[in-house]
Structures are given as structure tokens and as C-alpha cells.
Ligand binder design. Sequence first.
Ligand code: NAD
Ligand code: 89V
Length: 341
Amino acid sequence: MKTLRGGLIGCGFFAENQLHAWRDLEGAEIVALCDKDRRRLDETGNKFGVAVRYENAAEMMRAEQLDFVDIATTAPSHRLLVELAAAHGLPVICQKPFAENLTDARAMTTACEEAGVTLMVHENFRWQAPMRAIREILRSGEIGAPFFGRFSFRSAYDVYATQPYLAEGERFIIEDLGIHILDLARSMMGEADAITCRTARINPSIRGEDVATILLSHASGASSIVDCSYASRLETEPFPETLIEIEGPAGSLRLKTGYELSVTTGAGTTRRSVAPDLPAWGARPWHNIQESVIAIQRHWLECLRDGREPETSGRDNLKTLELVEAAYASAALGETCRVGG
Ligand code: NAD
Ligand code: 89V
């Protein structure tokens, strides 16, 4: 197999994880970097030994012989960069949130489809080790088709220290973190057809909401709760663990703090650790997220090799973004909003 030549755009906080993961994976190499900020570009290029550097993404795509691009910039730049990749016929990975609104997201998806290029949104939470284990249990039918789910991410971790932009936007927790948790709910419970959401801002020094409580009605008839908070001071700080409860007619499962997964059926309860590996370059408590970056990038390479659509394609991610938009609409109107119609 030929080693695919990738160009990475956006050399900020999270890109380091992506660059480490590319180095761990066989079958791809990041051969060029791009960032409009020269200092960040050079720091990252020096750290990862990438000598080919651009301050302009169009120039990089024009000049380099690339097989794909990996976009690790924040949402305001995503539409321009994804459409640029499509125009150059380059398969493209784009970080979440895929777009700032659904109009942009639909246009970006269409642009890639029309250009015939593979598009994957870097929606990595469903690739975390505990989530892979739970999805396997659900696929096996061990607890039956779920009728109830709870997907809970509550923390007081200082995310603003490494991602200062999170304190600045009018929207915060649903758009940045809830988006992952809503995607998990979809991946385990199936599509939702209605959503009710309430939000609050507890931390007075940020602009957006830092608490969201969401009720989803699923097309299957199941219900689930997605609750997120960055204002919850707890006895044990669980960042960045998502805690999960799922119940079906034949049993239930619980993912508890410390990555302990228990499954209860008529035969009793089994317990096991689904803790993620700590990558050689990783650091706790981020290793859960870091390991999932390796997993999603591996999936991307397999999809390109096999000519398959990635699980979190642009088209798939539109459904997660619809939930994000509907959650904000529900909170603003104080009403239940229908989705997917
Ligand atoms: P950051 O601000 O630290 O880095 C973004 C970089 O992109 C900056 O260096 C900036 O100069 C560069 N940039 C912006 N527009 C550009 C353009 N048009 N051309 C070239 N460079 C450009 O941001 P971050 O914290 O690294 O976040 C990046 C993205 O990753 C965000 O969308 C964020 O939501 C996402 N993120 C995802 C996860 C996850 O687990 N999936 C975790 C953290 C962050
Ligand atoms: O995944 C994310 O997008 C991050 C974090 C987990 C810190 O919320 O912003």
C-alpha cells in the first residue's frame, strides 16, 4: 500500500493530537503544514519535523501533491477550507463543529459530493474505547433494543485555559461539547425526531451557556437524556469521561466514572474495565480523547483504502448538527422542537 500524503491545516491546541496520531499510523504521512499564524506554524513544524510550510491553504493545495487534507482549524474557517479541498479534488477530514450553521454544512457536503471527494467530520467521541465497547454490546443484542438512555458529561474542568475561544462565543456547551454527546446518543439509540432543551450560564465570566439538559425522543419510540455541564464541582473530577446508562428489555448497561462498564441481564451482572490505552505521547486525563483520535484517523485510512463512506461523513454529521440547532431553538422558545422531518 502506498503511503498517503496528507496536508494539515491549523496548527493549534488540538492539532498536536492529530499529528501524533498520524505518526502512530501506518499508511499516511503529513508532508505539509499550514497555519496563517507563522509562529504556530513554525513551532509545530519544528516539533514534528515537517519542513514544508504554508501560511495559505490554497497555495498548499495548489503546490503540493497531496492525497488528503486534515482541517484542524475552528469552525469559522471550515466552509472555505472544505470547499477549497473539494475544488482541488482532495479527500478531506474536517474538525467538529463541522460548520457554524446548517446552510454552510449542507453546502460543504454537497460540494464534496459533487467533486466526488470523501469527506469525514472528525467526530471522535464515538471512537473512544468505552464507546466502541458499548456499541459492540448493543450490536450483539445482549440487552435488546434500548428504550432508555442517559448520556452525561458533567465537570468543572478548566477547558478555557487551553481553548480560550470557548469562553468568548455566544454559544458554548451545546455547540462544542454537547455536539459530541448528541452524536453518541444518535450512534447508540438511533435517530431522534423531537428534542426539548433547557440551558443555563452558571459561570459569569463566559458568554455562552455552560449547562444544557436535553430530552430526546427517538424514532424507535425510545427516550434519552443528554446532560452536559462545565459548572459541576464534583467529589471526583471526571473530565473528559461521558457516563452512560442504557436500558433494554433484556438488560441494562452502565458506564461509570473510572471507565467501569457493567452489563446486567437475566444471567446476572458482569463488570469490566474499558479504560483507554495511554498513547506513548498522551497525557491523562486527555488520553481517552487522544486514543480516539488514533482510532478515527485509522478509520479514515481504511475508508480511503476500501472506497467506503466514513461513519461520520458530512451527510451523517448533518443529523448531529440538526440536533444542535434544534436544541438551541428549543431552549430559546421554551418548546419541544421536531427534527429530521
Ligand atoms: P486553536 O485556535 O488552538 O487552533 C486553530 C489554528 O487554526 C490556529 O493556529 C489558527 O491560526 C489556525 N487557522 C484558523 N483559520 C485558518 C485558516 N483559514 N488557514 C490556516 N490556519 C488557520 O483551536 P483548537 O483548540 O486547536 O481547535 C481546533 C478545532 O478542533 C475546533 O473546531 C475545536 O472545536 C476542535 N476540537 C476538537 C476536539 C475533539 O475532541 N474532537 C477537541 C478540542 C478541539
Ligand atoms: O472535544 C472538544 O471539542 C473539546 C472539549 C472536550 C474540551 O470540550 O472542546
